[in-house]
Ligand binder design. Sequence first.
Ligand code: NAG
Ligand code: NAG
Ligand code: NAG
Ligand code: NAG
Length: 581
Amino acid sequence: MIQRFDHRDSRDSRRILRFPAIQPCEGVSKDVLIASLINLGRSICDHKSKKFTTQRRNAREAIRVIGVLIIFFEEIRDAQSQSQSHAQSQSQSQSQSQSQSQSNMCDSVLLCLLEIHVAFQKIWYLLDDCSREGARLWILMKHNRVATEFRVLIRMLATALDVIPMDSIDAGEEVKEFVRLVAKQSQRRKFEGEFGDERACCDVVLILNQFENRVSPNLGDLKRVLDYLGIGSWSDCNWEIKFLNEEIELESSSDKDREREVSLLKSLAALMSYCRVVVFDEIDSSSSNQRIEILDNGEEFLRFVNPEDFKCPITLEIMTDPVTISTGQTYDRDSIHKWFKSGNLTCPKTGEKLMNTKSVPNSSLKSLICRYCFLNNGAQITKQSKCRSRDIVRTVSAGTPAAAESIRMLSEFLADKLANGCGSDRNKSAHEIRLLAKSNIFYRSTLVNANTVPYLLNLLCSLDPSTQDNAMAALLNLSKHPKSKSIVVENGGLVLILDVLREGLKVESKQNAAATLFYLSSVQDYRELIGETPGAIAALVDLIGESGTPRGKKNALATIFGLVLSPSNQGGWCEQGRFHC
Ligand SMILES: *[C@@H]1O[C@H](CO)[C@@H](O)[C@H](O)[C@H]1NC(C)=O
Ligand SMILES: *[C@@H]1O[C@H](CO)[C@@H](O)[C@H](O)[C@H]1NC(C)=O
Ligand SMILES: *[C@@H]1O[C@H](CO)[C@@H](O)[C@H](O)[C@H]1NC(C)=O
Ligand SMILES: *[C@@H]1O[C@H](CO)[C@@H](O)[C@H](O)[C@H]1NC(C)=O
């Protein structure tokens, strides 16, 4: 029974630095366990090719220990399969071969192997976290805790190896000796935080302190940290921000520890946003290639059981109470009993005539099924709770003074680029504002206060479709902020937005223009102003007829209704002659 553990799911739902290892059940056959250990060990060793920017030494050492153990397990596997075929040829008539191969390893060996299996799973998770894209800064900040995890897990391995009764294991003396040696070394090894990590972590803390004290950090200092973490491009930086924001948005018990963690996450997200804006001039296409590669490598993880084996051959449903009959086939208790009751005295799967209808509960299978179901449902539950939490962090405050200051500084930086930069600087700044304005109310108000809105309005006349689009989208989400509405109107923005609505270079820009008008029309005076502007409603109606997303059309429609709600606009509505009232 070999399972393909769908690692993709586990990655999505597993929180970083949590290791939901499952305890394999004790009834598991040793062959299966050894095979699973070898596979798991190999996927751990696959991490050799991954990029570790922190915990390099600890990761290397852990992988080395696992590498030695794989050799050990392979020897056990080979010795076992030899003795099995040997036993079979010796005593073919007596159906003893099974019990013989089982007794090759005594229970204390099995218990040690079970322990090692759990440690392997956790080490895999740990290495996965340390090489996880987007999580580099976070893992750096947690470097002491991560080093402790390494130490605990390697000790756990070493302890299991220490008590394993080597005498009852079929493997070469040399390998055994090597394993003993590795176990001893691992017991002694410190697995402490690494010097480089320590220093980089201090650098980050210093930079956050500078922000807090309203000092712009030195570009060289920022670059040194980014270099250390291998964050070399705009999109690398963006992955970090995405990860940090996801961590912030996680629903979680709100105790003091979590509060402190969220504060740090917010400061780091703001720091990374600052870096993305200030350090990286060019937006590289954020290729997701690396991501996919990482996901595929994990596929081999934990080969253990195949869910198909959990299904009853009669009902094809997952069994709830598996029993094994005299032919060795396993069925769900209810369905096989029905089969017998109806007078069928054969094995449904093989067709053999049965001497008796005895059945024994297959408890090892039952416990595997239990675990399997638990794991699957568990994954679903965590996923749901993640979705529900989306809106929680959209708070009005920055979270920490350091975050507030870095966002203020980056907003001023962007306003300056918009005012004085060249065409591509302005385009990039508009794009940054578009991203920053998306999710966070505090970011929005800081950007508005830095006076970015008038400059964005200027960009609406741009002849470059992407610049116009970025500026329009940025304005759309900024205009959710109350103060920005008056700034737009006072700077003659209505006419400019209407121009985009009519003649925007992209359909999306037109739709965003319509949605912006919708926000503006929430103010009574502006609603009237828009309604009075010749051609405004006609342009909205035209937009509905154009190709585009249903959501964009809905926005246009909503805007029209918003305008119509204003009594003074109803006359204008009919004059347009579009609809007959
Ligand atoms: C008994 O076996 C026959 C054919 O072998 C099958 O058609 C019938 O459905 C079986 N009875 C039950 C209760 O499954
Ligand atoms: C339990 O079921 C599995 C899968 O069908 C089978 O391989 C195993 O031999 C069964 N165990 C017992 C004790 O019958
Ligand atoms: C403007 O930015 C977008 C990214 O939002 C980019 O695809 C486009 O090439 C840029 N255009 C110019 C003229 O720089
Ligand atoms: C505006 O923000 C929302 C989330 O608040 C986001 O879903 C949407 O894509 C943003 N609009 C644009 C045009 O970026």
